[in-house]
Design a protein around this ligand. Structure first.
Ligand SMILES: *Cc1c(COP(=O)(O)O)cnc(C)c1O
Length: 560
């Protein structure tokens, strides 16, 4: 029997993503975008939605991160063996890049829900003996190489992915683009829609729009993928005519976001504020808002999962039930938190040989190390930080990778290491290397306070704070992205007030909130702290989950 046969009659939607965190051992993920794709797949399986996932095999992963003695990031390939996790499929298709045929063969990874429903994930691979040596590495490095390499990857993902679905006999009614990386598939669909008579081909844009959904993730113009038409022409020689590409992708450069905005019939941002920012950036396009969510079971510590299951056996399928966590005993909740915190402390010991205290609150900050996330905002005034810690002691755990070409992000990593040394004896501060799903899970369940300090409006959504809330970890965050929708001050967590855009002001506001509100509450009013933990679970985890998110995509975007 063909491997794809079981899925042939129940696949109507194809979800395209450059990265996907489908399993903690499979390093085809660089950050939030990939984790979202993974949580989407997990919820699709839970809800039995007829979706196939398409991504690249990324044999060398994103990269494995370690630190040299000076605290500088060192990157190593994070090579994995697809054969240990996936089945090679005996189907092959080709795309033409720089006049050469580039053959693509998929690996099939099957994700299975708790109740046994299976979802196919196709990981595209060009490392085949049929291909020229330079083409064999196109699917090796996630976000590696230069813009030529990136465009080749996007040709493989978008055009190759689409051709493969057809070759496998999957009848897809809706194509969902997770960010613009796969947007070339829109041109391939446009090409297929053409009626060719004697004159110019007639393209059916209404058809393309009717079967495409685009989720944008980047609230800044510079964050969108763009390619020069000189490069596009060099790589894609006998593709759809250039004037047609320009008509939809922009006059000066091929802008993948613009291409997707023009040819997808449903476009959404990943939080209400992000949809507004996007509408502002691209006037004239209707932008819907479907706020992100996280997969409940994946991100809940086993102690909490057991507590939830005892009272609400169906909470995984229907996390709405968690609103009734309000009736739990605070002691039960606290015991779960202590177990999660102990696990984190042991994990930190194992990884960096430092022992944190279980009776002192841990502030967690883990995210991609990049400018707008402002990983050093907490450390702007070390004297102030030390003074706060004298009165109310706290500890800090940091984790996160900087993209190999992000000099600012790398400088932040080095700076935080130096700061941690300076703070020694005053504030325990550790930097965990190689942030990934496993470290994320330990952190979002074992910290006491989850900190986020982005520069508004650049945090499109953010999802790690949602994971924290599933475990009763309280969010302290700048009001941006999803937090604008979830923050009820002093009830579900705390916002950091931000008059203007001044970084210094933001740091001052953070220090004020920490020293006057958050830490005193932890030490002086443990009962109120635990009530807030319950409220955070009840109000946030019940809503900001990927079951709700996928039910909304299904009813609003897929069943238009
Ligand atoms: C959840 C997660 C992210 C995204 O978190 P943000 O809050 O959006 O920064 C990134 N990386 C990993 C490994 C994660 O688990």
């Amino acid at each position: 029997m063909n491997l794809i046969t079981p899925f042939q009659n129940r696949t109507r939607i194809a979800y395209f993503s450059m990265e996907i965190a489908i399993h903690p051992e499979i390093p085809t993920c660089a950050g939030g975008l990939g984790v979202l794709a993974g949580d989407t797949a997990r919820s699709c399986a839970d809800l039995e939605l007829p979706v196939v996932f398409v991504s690249l095999v990324s044999r060398a992963g994103y990269f494995r991160q370690r630190f040299d003695p000076e605290g500088r990031q060192v990157e190593e390939p994070d090579t994995w063996d697809p054969a240990s996790w996936c089945t090679p499929m005996d189907a092959m298709i080709a795309v033409r890049i720089e006049q050469r045929l580039v053959w693509i063969r998929p690996w099939l990874y099957v994700h299975s829900s708790d109740h046994g429903h299976m979802i196919p994930v196709l990981l595209l691979d060009t490392d085949l003996p049929q291909n020229a040596p330079e083409d064999r590495t196109i699917t090796h490095f996630l976000y590696g190489g230069d813009e030529t390499y990136r465009l080749k990857q996007e040709i493989v993902l978008g055009i190759g992915g689409l051709r493969l679905l057809r070759a496998l006999g999957l009848t897809v009614e809706t194509h969902h683009l997770n960010e613009g990386h796969a947007a070339l598939l829109l041109l391939e669909l446009l090409d297929r829609s053409a009626t060719r008579g004697d004159g110019k081909p007639q393209y059916d844009t209404a058809y393309v729009r009717s079967c495409c959904v685009f989720t944008t993730h980047t609230p800044v113009e510079s964050g969108h993928d763009r390619f020069s038409y000189e490069l596009v022409q060099r790589l894609l020689t006998d593709f759809i005519p250039l004037d047609i590409i320009k008509q939809f992708g922009g006059n000066d450069q091929l802008n993948m976001t613009r291409l997707a905005l023009n040819l997808a019939g449903f476009v959404n941002g990943v939080a209400r504020r992000h949809a507004e920012t996007t509408a502002h950036l691209f006037p004239g396009y209707p932008i819907h808002a479907i706020t992100n969510g996280v997969h409940p079971q994946t991100w809940t510590h086993p102690a909490f999962a057991e507590l939830y299951s005892r009272r609400f056996p169906h909470w995984r399928h229907e996390p709405e039930q968690l609103v009734r966590v309000l009736q739990f005993s605070e002691d039960d909740l606290w015991r779960c938190h202590e177990a999660a915190k102990q696990n984190l402390i042991e994990e930190i010991e194992r990884r960096v040989g430092k022992t944190l205290s279980s009776s002192v609150p841990i502030i967690g900050f883990a995210r991609r190390m990049t400018g707008y996330k402002r990983p050093t905002l907490l450390f702007q005034d070390l004297a102030r930080l030390a003074t706060i810690a004298e009165r109310c002691s706290f500890q800090v755990v940091v984790a996160g990778k900087a993209h190999p070409r992000d000099a600012e992000g790398k400088a932040a990593i080095e700076a935080i290491h130096a700061i941690a040394r300076q703070l020694e004896g005053k504030v325990s501060c550790v930097f965990l290397p190689n942030y990934d799903m496993r470290i994320a899970k330990a952190l979002v369940s074992g910290c006491d306070i989850w900190l986020n300090t982005p520069l508004p409006p650049l945090e499109a959504s953010g999802t790690s704070g949602m994971k924290a809330a599933l475990n009763g970890v309280l969010n302290l965050s700048i009001l941006d992205g999803w937090w604008i929708e979830a923050c009820i001050e002093g009830v579900t967590g705390w916002g950091i007030d931000r008059p203007g855009d001044d970084e210094h002001e933001h740091a001052q506001a953070l220090y004020r909130k920490l020293s006057d509100v958050v830490l005193p509450l932890y030490y002086d009013e443990p009962g109120q702290w635990r009530r807030m933990m319950k409220q955070s679970i009840a109000h946030i985890a019940s809503y900001f989950n990927s079951q709700r998110m996928m039910r909304r995509y299904a009813s609003e975007a897929y069943l238009r």
